[in-house]
Design a protein around this ligand. Structure first.
Ligand code: PLP
Length: 370
């Protein structure tokens, strides 16, 4: 099935960009193992190194510091392996691929707008007497709320003599200017499919001097940091998508998202826009319509040809209470009525109009039923 008429689920996955599809299609019929020394092998190697430069450029990283993985889940898992033997803290709103890899870590709370609780950070830092590890995402996938990572990393380095800092920038890259040096972090996670590249490929940037505990051993690929023959076409697609994303503007999208939220608020005065008072990604809106279950909303919108996510989308297809909204202090009965609408750079007014109309019908019917 192709994408529905109105696709508003870019934070789950973005449509493949033509630039990515073009190079991938061409490379599928190009033969060559990037580790081979002959001409076709060297050509495949060049494809990978070109992509490495393109993806690194998106976050102003040194290309040699970037290693390709099979997605951001792997990159997050890999980064968290470097926390072994360190006192570790992660924010309460991290993606599951960080939370699950950081079992035993301190969980730092966030405030009602989804921003890291700075007092809790100070308390945690005051308790740390040995090497430390901190993981804090740049922008949240459910709410779009942006963390002041640069400020927090600088503070952590001022207080802790030995700290490694990881940042999951999956949702921010390509939507905000991201510079690894300006963030001041040691590890940065990226995912191809959130910015219009293929699924199943991601990257971890490891700043010079930061340790990395490889978990795939065998061949010496990725400078011994991740064994296994590289998926050349997918990596090249990631590179092409990163290049295209780097030159994109998001101010129209932010304005469109804001107009959409105003239209919803005009229809139902008890609707909540989560994190609306915090800096947010330009494309994301987490909307709570009390009294209508997320699944009901998602299904009704799907029938109208509009794709959005429940507040928390689970890989199994079933929706469980969002740990993000819970961490923000939202009761589960309210978060069970949250949906996430995430726009793309090409989302237009007509698509937003269709969504607002379909959602308004849901909100008005709710009044009738109530
Ligand atoms: N981190 C964040 C913030 C995400 O939103 C996602 C995907 O939903 C991931 C990590 C995992 O990315 P991938 O699908 O590339 O494994």
């Amino acid at each position: 099935m192709t994408a529905p008429a109105t696709y508003l689920d870019y934070n789950a996955t973005a449509p493949l960009r033509p630039e990515a599809a073009g190079i991938m299609t061409a490379l599928l019929s190009e033969t060559g193992n990037p580790s081979s020394v002959h001409g076709p092998g060297r050509q495949a190697r060049r494809r990978i190194e070109d992509a490495r430069e393109q993806v690194a450029a998106l976050v102003a990283a040194v290309p040699a510091d970037l290693l390709f993985t099979a997605g951001a889940t792997e990159a997050n898992n890999l980064a968290l392996r470097a926390s072994a033997g360190r006192v570790t803290a992660v924010s309460a709103i991290e993606h599951d691929s960080v939370r699950a890899a950081a079992a035993g870590a301190a969980v730092l709370p966030v405030d009602g707008e989804g921003r890291l609780d700075r007092d809790a950070l100070e308390t945690w830092m005051a308790s740390v007497s040995s090497p430390a590890f901190l993981s804090l995402m740049l922008a949240n996938n459910e709410t779009g709320v942006i963390q002041p990572v640069a400020e927090i990393a600088a503070r952590a380095r001022a207080v802790l003599s030995d700290v490694l800092i990881h940042c999951d920038a999956v949702q921010a890259a390509g939507r905000l200017p991201v510079c690894i040096d300006a963030l001041g972090v040691d590890y940065l996670t990226l995912s191809s499919h959130k910015l219009g590249g293929p699924q199943g490929v991601g990257a971890l940037v490891v700043a010079a001097g930061a340790p990395l505990a490889a978990d795939r051993v065998g061949g010496g690929q990725e400078r011994g940091r991740r064994a296994g023959t590289e998926p050349v076409a997918a990596i090249a697609g990631f590179g092409a998508a990163a290049s295209a994303a780097a030159s994109e503007g998001w101010s129209d999208t932010a304005a469109r998202r804001d107009r959409m939220e105003r239209a919803l608020l005009a229809v139902a005065d008890d609707v909540r826009i989560v994190g609306a008072r915090a800096p947010r990604l330009p494309n994301t809106s987490c909307i709570v319509l009390p009294g209508v279950a997320s699944e009901t909303q998602v299904m009704a919108l799907d029938l109208a040809g509009i794709a959005v996510s429940a507040g928390a989308a689970c890989s199994s297809g079933k929706v469980s209470a969002s740990h993000v909204l819970r961490a923000m202090g939202m009761p589960d009965d309210l978060s069970a009525s949250a949906i996430r609408v995430s726009l793309g750079p090409g989302t237009d007014d007509a698509e937003i109009g269709r969504f607002v109309a379909a959602w308004s019908t849901l909100a008005k019917n709710r009044r009738v039923a109530a």
